[in-house]
Write a protein that binds this ligand. Sequence first.
Ligand code: SAH
Length: 196
Amino acid sequence: MNNLHGTNLVFLIALVIYVAIRKHFMTGLQYAETEVDAIDQKDRLLIGAVALTVIVLPVLYLLTPLFSFADYEVSRNLRLVGAVVIAFSLVLFWRSHVDLGINWSPSLEIRRDHALINEGVYARMRHPMYASIWLWCLGQGLMLPNWLIAWAPLFFFSLMYISRVRREEELMRERFGAAYDRYIEATGRIFPKAKK
Ligand code: SAH
């Protein structure tokens, strides 16, 4: 028996879209040259842990009974709220990839022709892609009622966010100087800053 019915099926479709968006934009990076690469061993481990808990474990949970011992009950309404959160996350994930273009990298990198993006979803917030991943983790928690599968992404992504966001901003500050300071003034990290 697998778990592939109702909102679980919706989740699996969303996951396929999520991976397809990532893959599409990674392919677009083929010729983007890197000038500074600040990735370290800790980043690699955390990226691996997030990928494992966001992609591999949910697929195993949905297609096999392996994790059924850790299941719990959740109301259908709460799972539907999760589905709305996931849908919103996907839109933000896609939009931030579109707006960031070749300046995106899976870890911390500065491209040879790196541009400071401060438009589109980047106009009011500095980390819309991370905001979309926070939303994904929350949506997964609400949609997949299993103690191992639901909340593991939130745990590992919290660690990744904490270890990364300040370093990323320092890297951007080194590269873009006062322009980045002005950008910080105009934006929130993961919550949009209201226009003055
Ligand atoms: N933190 C951003 C981007 C994640 S991708 C978000 O959550 O949307 C990580 C890479 O994006 C970093 O290596 C950094 O070089 C680049 N980056 C982050 N903010 C940027 C911006 N406003 N303009 C251009 N590049 C940016």
